[in-house]
Design a protein around this ligand. Structure first.
Ligand SMILES: Nc1nc2c(c(=O)[nH]1)N[C@H]1C(S)=C(S)[C@@H](COP(=O)(O)O)O[C@H]1N2
Ligand SMILES: [Mo]
Length: 253
Protein backbone atom coordinates (compact mmCIF):
# COMPACT_ATOMS: atom_id res chain seq x y z
CA UNK A 1 0.00 0.00 0.00
CA UNK A 2 1.47 3.35 -0.91
CA UNK A 3 1.67 6.01 1.75
CA UNK A 4 -0.79 8.01 -0.30
CA UNK A 5 -3.31 5.14 -0.12
CA UNK A 6 -2.89 4.61 3.64
CA UNK A 7 -3.33 8.34 4.24
CA UNK A 8 -6.56 8.22 2.22
CA UNK A 9 -7.80 5.24 4.20
CA UNK A 10 -7.00 7.00 7.52
CA UNK A 11 -8.91 10.08 6.54
CA UNK A 12 -11.86 7.90 5.40
CA UNK A 13 -11.89 6.13 8.78
CA UNK A 14 -11.79 9.45 10.57
CA UNK A 15 -14.64 10.71 8.41
CA UNK A 16 -16.75 7.61 9.19
CA UNK A 17 -16.07 7.92 12.93
CA UNK A 18 -16.99 11.58 12.84
CA UNK A 19 -20.24 10.84 11.03
CA UNK A 20 -21.07 8.04 13.45
CA UNK A 21 -20.54 10.37 16.41
CA UNK A 22 -22.64 13.06 14.74
CA UNK A 23 -25.53 10.72 13.92
CA UNK A 24 -25.55 9.20 17.41
CA UNK A 25 -25.56 12.67 18.95
CA UNK A 26 -28.44 13.75 16.72
CA UNK A 27 -30.28 10.55 17.65
CA UNK A 28 -29.56 11.12 21.37
CA UNK A 29 -30.74 14.72 21.26
CA UNK A 30 -33.87 13.55 19.41
CA UNK A 31 -34.66 10.97 22.11
CA UNK A 32 -34.11 13.56 24.86
CA UNK A 33 -36.43 16.01 23.10
CA UNK A 34 -39.08 13.31 22.69
CA UNK A 35 -38.86 12.40 26.39
CA UNK A 36 -38.95 16.07 27.41
CA UNK A 37 -42.00 16.68 25.18
CA UNK A 38 -43.71 13.60 26.61
CA UNK A 39 -43.07 14.73 30.21
CA UNK A 40 -44.23 18.27 29.41
CA UNK A 41 -47.41 16.98 27.75
CA UNK A 42 -48.41 14.71 30.60
CA UNK A 43 -47.52 17.18 33.37
CA UNK A 44 -50.07 19.63 32.03
CA UNK A 45 -53.28 19.74 34.04
CA UNK A 46 -56.15 17.78 32.49
CA UNK A 47 -59.13 19.66 31.13
CA UNK A 48 -62.68 18.99 32.35
CA UNK A 49 -63.12 16.03 29.98
CA UNK A 50 -59.92 14.37 31.25
CA UNK A 51 -58.01 15.01 28.03
CA UNK A 52 -54.62 16.76 27.93
CA UNK A 53 -55.08 20.35 26.66
CA UNK A 54 -52.53 19.86 23.88
CA UNK A 55 -54.23 16.68 22.65
CA UNK A 56 -57.59 18.44 22.99
CA UNK A 57 -56.26 21.19 20.69
CA UNK A 58 -55.32 18.51 18.17
CA UNK A 59 -58.86 17.10 18.34
CA UNK A 60 -60.31 20.57 17.86
CA UNK A 61 -58.09 21.18 14.84
CA UNK A 62 -59.41 17.92 13.35
CA UNK A 63 -62.97 18.98 14.04
CA UNK A 64 -62.48 22.30 12.29
CA UNK A 65 -60.87 20.66 9.29
CA UNK A 66 -63.57 18.00 9.00
CA UNK A 67 -66.49 20.33 9.50
CA UNK A 68 -65.13 22.42 6.62
CA UNK A 69 -64.37 19.51 4.31
CA UNK A 70 -67.77 17.87 4.83
CA UNK A 71 -70.26 20.33 3.50
CA UNK A 72 -74.04 20.26 3.54
CA UNK A 73 -73.95 18.39 0.20
CA UNK A 74 -72.52 15.31 1.84
CA UNK A 75 -74.95 12.39 1.96
CA UNK A 76 -75.08 9.20 3.93
CA UNK A 77 -75.60 6.20 1.62
CA UNK A 78 -79.35 5.60 1.16
CA UNK A 79 -80.80 2.07 1.59
CA UNK A 80 -84.13 0.44 0.68
CA UNK A 81 -86.86 -0.11 3.28
CA UNK A 82 -86.60 -3.88 2.68
CA UNK A 83 -82.97 -3.71 3.88
CA UNK A 84 -84.01 -2.30 7.28
CA UNK A 85 -83.98 -4.56 10.33
CA UNK A 86 -87.23 -5.22 12.20
CA UNK A 87 -85.30 -5.78 15.44
CA UNK A 88 -83.87 -2.37 16.13
CA UNK A 89 -81.37 -2.32 18.92
CA UNK A 90 -81.98 -0.19 22.00
CA UNK A 91 -78.87 1.53 23.25
CA UNK A 92 -78.37 4.33 25.76
CA UNK A 93 -80.94 5.20 28.41
CA UNK A 94 -79.66 8.50 29.80
CA UNK A 95 -82.62 10.85 30.21
CA UNK A 96 -85.04 7.98 29.46
CA UNK A 97 -86.55 7.29 32.93
CA UNK A 98 -90.27 6.49 32.92
CA UNK A 99 -92.58 6.94 29.91
CA UNK A 100 -93.86 10.01 28.09
CA UNK A 101 -97.41 10.70 26.85
CA UNK A 102 -99.31 13.27 24.77
CA UNK A 103 -98.82 15.96 27.43
CA UNK A 104 -95.27 16.24 26.04
CA UNK A 105 -94.39 19.55 24.37
CA UNK A 106 -91.35 20.59 22.38
CA UNK A 107 -89.85 23.84 23.63
CA UNK A 108 -88.13 25.87 20.91
CA UNK A 109 -85.85 28.66 22.10
CA UNK A 110 -85.59 31.35 19.42
CA UNK A 111 -83.19 33.25 21.66
CA UNK A 112 -82.72 33.22 25.43
CA UNK A 113 -86.10 34.15 26.97
CA UNK A 114 -87.99 33.94 23.65
CA UNK A 115 -89.54 30.47 23.43
CA UNK A 116 -92.61 28.70 22.01
CA UNK A 117 -94.17 25.26 22.54
CA UNK A 118 -95.25 22.67 19.96
CA UNK A 119 -97.32 19.48 20.21
CA UNK A 120 -96.38 16.31 18.35
CA UNK A 121 -99.34 16.96 16.00
CA UNK A 122 -97.89 20.37 15.13
CA UNK A 123 -94.73 18.58 14.01
CA UNK A 124 -96.59 15.78 12.21
CA UNK A 125 -98.47 18.44 10.22
CA UNK A 126 -95.29 19.15 8.21
CA UNK A 127 -94.18 17.17 5.14
CA UNK A 128 -93.00 13.71 6.16
CA UNK A 129 -89.55 12.54 5.09
CA UNK A 130 -88.38 8.92 5.40
CA UNK A 131 -84.77 7.93 5.90
CA UNK A 132 -83.23 4.44 5.61
CA UNK A 133 -79.55 4.37 6.51
CA UNK A 134 -76.80 2.38 8.21
CA UNK A 135 -76.94 3.47 11.87
CA UNK A 136 -73.47 3.37 13.43
CA UNK A 137 -72.64 3.43 17.12
CA UNK A 138 -69.13 4.32 18.35
CA UNK A 139 -69.20 1.06 20.32
CA UNK A 140 -68.68 -0.75 17.02
CA UNK A 141 -72.11 -2.05 15.95
CA UNK A 142 -74.23 -0.90 13.02
CA UNK A 143 -77.62 -1.75 11.52
CA UNK A 144 -79.74 -0.56 8.61
CA UNK A 145 -82.80 1.18 10.09
CA UNK A 146 -85.89 2.98 8.74
CA UNK A 147 -87.20 6.22 10.26
CA UNK A 148 -89.83 8.86 9.49
CA UNK A 149 -90.14 12.48 10.54
CA UNK A 150 -89.71 16.04 9.32
CA UNK A 151 -86.56 17.51 7.88
CA UNK A 152 -84.95 19.86 10.35
CA UNK A 153 -84.54 22.35 7.48
CA UNK A 154 -88.32 22.16 6.74
CA UNK A 155 -89.02 22.68 10.43
CA UNK A 156 -86.84 25.83 10.52
CA UNK A 157 -88.57 27.17 7.43
CA UNK A 158 -92.09 26.48 8.72
CA UNK A 159 -91.42 28.26 12.03
CA UNK A 160 -89.56 31.25 10.50
CA UNK A 161 -86.26 30.35 12.07
CA UNK A 162 -84.05 31.62 9.21
CA UNK A 163 -82.03 33.85 11.51
CA UNK A 164 -81.46 30.91 13.86
CA UNK A 165 -80.37 28.77 10.85
CA UNK A 166 -77.52 31.26 10.43
CA UNK A 167 -76.10 30.32 13.80
CA UNK A 168 -73.28 27.81 14.23
CA UNK A 169 -74.85 25.14 16.46
CA UNK A 170 -78.09 23.55 17.55
CA UNK A 171 -78.44 22.29 21.12
CA UNK A 172 -80.98 19.64 22.22
CA UNK A 173 -81.89 18.16 25.63
CA UNK A 174 -84.09 15.48 27.20
CA UNK A 175 -86.92 16.66 29.53
CA UNK A 176 -84.81 15.92 32.65
CA UNK A 177 -81.64 17.40 31.13
CA UNK A 178 -79.75 14.14 31.70
CA UNK A 179 -78.80 13.70 28.00
CA UNK A 180 -77.88 16.59 25.74
CA UNK A 181 -76.13 17.12 22.42
CA UNK A 182 -74.69 19.94 20.35
CA UNK A 183 -74.59 19.63 16.55
CA UNK A 184 -73.00 21.91 13.94
CA UNK A 185 -75.59 23.70 11.78
CA UNK A 186 -74.35 22.38 8.36
CA UNK A 187 -75.04 18.81 9.58
CA UNK A 188 -78.45 19.81 10.98
CA UNK A 189 -79.40 21.32 7.59
CA UNK A 190 -78.35 18.23 5.65
CA UNK A 191 -81.50 16.83 3.92
CA UNK A 192 -81.35 13.43 5.70
CA UNK A 193 -81.46 15.04 9.16
CA UNK A 194 -84.95 14.64 10.62
CA UNK A 195 -86.92 15.30 13.78
CA UNK A 196 -88.15 11.72 13.95
CA UNK A 197 -91.52 10.37 15.23
CA UNK A 198 -91.75 7.04 13.36
CA UNK A 199 -89.73 3.84 13.13
CA UNK A 200 -90.42 1.03 10.60
CA UNK A 201 -93.56 2.87 9.47
CA UNK A 202 -95.11 2.92 12.97
CA UNK A 203 -95.11 5.25 15.96
CA UNK A 204 -91.69 5.68 17.58
CA UNK A 205 -91.48 3.24 20.55
CA UNK A 206 -90.81 4.66 24.03
CA UNK A 207 -87.34 3.19 24.25
CA UNK A 208 -86.40 4.59 20.82
CA UNK A 209 -87.27 8.12 21.98
CA UNK A 210 -91.07 8.62 21.83
CA UNK A 211 -92.43 11.09 20.93
CA UNK A 212 -89.51 12.82 19.17
CA UNK A 213 -85.85 12.04 18.54
CA UNK A 214 -83.12 13.20 16.22
CA UNK A 215 -82.01 11.08 13.26
CA UNK A 216 -78.84 12.47 11.71
CA UNK A 217 -77.21 9.90 9.38
CA UNK A 218 -74.00 11.92 8.87
CA UNK A 219 -73.18 11.41 12.58
CA UNK A 220 -72.46 8.53 14.93
CA UNK A 221 -75.30 7.26 17.18
CA UNK A 222 -74.22 9.44 20.12
CA UNK A 223 -75.74 12.52 18.38
CA UNK A 224 -79.12 10.85 17.65
CA UNK A 225 -80.70 12.15 20.87
CA UNK A 226 -83.86 10.33 21.94
CA UNK A 227 -86.78 12.09 23.68
CA UNK A 228 -86.07 15.69 22.69
CA UNK A 229 -87.65 18.29 24.92
CA UNK A 230 -85.75 21.48 24.14
CA UNK A 231 -84.15 22.84 20.95
CA UNK A 232 -82.01 25.96 21.02
CA UNK A 233 -79.50 27.78 18.81
CA UNK A 234 -76.05 29.11 19.58
CA UNK A 235 -72.84 30.37 18.03
CA UNK A 236 -70.95 28.62 20.80
CA UNK A 237 -70.70 24.87 21.22
CA UNK A 238 -73.66 23.65 23.29
CA UNK A 239 -72.75 21.22 26.08
CA UNK A 240 -72.59 17.65 24.79
CA UNK A 241 -72.92 14.54 26.94
CA UNK A 242 -70.40 12.33 25.12
CA UNK A 243 -67.97 15.14 24.21
CA UNK A 244 -67.72 15.79 27.97
CA UNK A 245 -66.77 12.12 28.33
CA UNK A 246 -63.90 12.36 25.85
CA UNK A 247 -65.53 11.61 22.48
CA UNK A 248 -65.05 13.81 19.44
CA UNK A 249 -67.53 16.72 19.50
CA UNK A 250 -68.13 16.62 15.75
CA UNK A 251 -68.67 12.79 15.71
CA UNK A 252 -69.01 12.82 11.92
CA UNK A 253 -69.05 9.77 9.68
N1 LIG B 1 -81.76 10.33 25.51
C1 LIG B 1 -80.76 9.56 25.03
N2 LIG B 1 -80.53 9.52 23.70
C2 LIG B 1 -79.54 8.75 23.20
C3 LIG B 1 -78.69 8.00 24.05
C4 LIG B 1 -78.93 8.07 25.44
O1 LIG B 1 -78.25 7.47 26.30
N3 LIG B 1 -79.99 8.86 25.90
N4 LIG B 1 -77.69 7.22 23.52
C5 LIG B 1 -77.26 7.51 22.15
C6 LIG B 1 -76.49 6.42 21.56
S1 LIG B 1 -74.91 6.18 22.14
C7 LIG B 1 -76.97 5.64 20.53
S2 LIG B 1 -76.00 4.50 19.75
C8 LIG B 1 -78.37 5.79 20.06
C9 LIG B 1 -79.08 4.45 20.08
O2 LIG B 1 -80.39 4.59 19.57
P1 LIG B 1 -81.38 3.37 19.68
O3 LIG B 1 -81.57 3.06 21.14
O4 LIG B 1 -82.65 3.80 19.01
O5 LIG B 1 -80.72 2.21 18.96
O6 LIG B 1 -79.10 6.70 20.84
C10 LIG B 1 -78.41 7.87 21.21
N5 LIG B 1 -79.36 8.74 21.86
MO1 LIG C 1 -73.89 4.83 20.60
Amino acid sequence: MSSQQSQNRNSTDREIRKRTVVSFSVFGVGICLAIAAWLWLFRQPESADGIQPTLRKGLELNENLFSRIYSRKRQSKPYKKQDATSEVRVNGDAGMDGELDTTWRLKVVRSPGDTFLLTIDDIKALNKTEVVFDFKCVEGWNQVTWWGGVRFSDFLQKYNLAKQAGMKYVGMETPDGAYYVGVDMPSMLQPQTILCFEMNGAELPQEQGYPLRLIIPVKYGIKHIKRISVIYFSDRKPPDYWAERGYDYFAGL
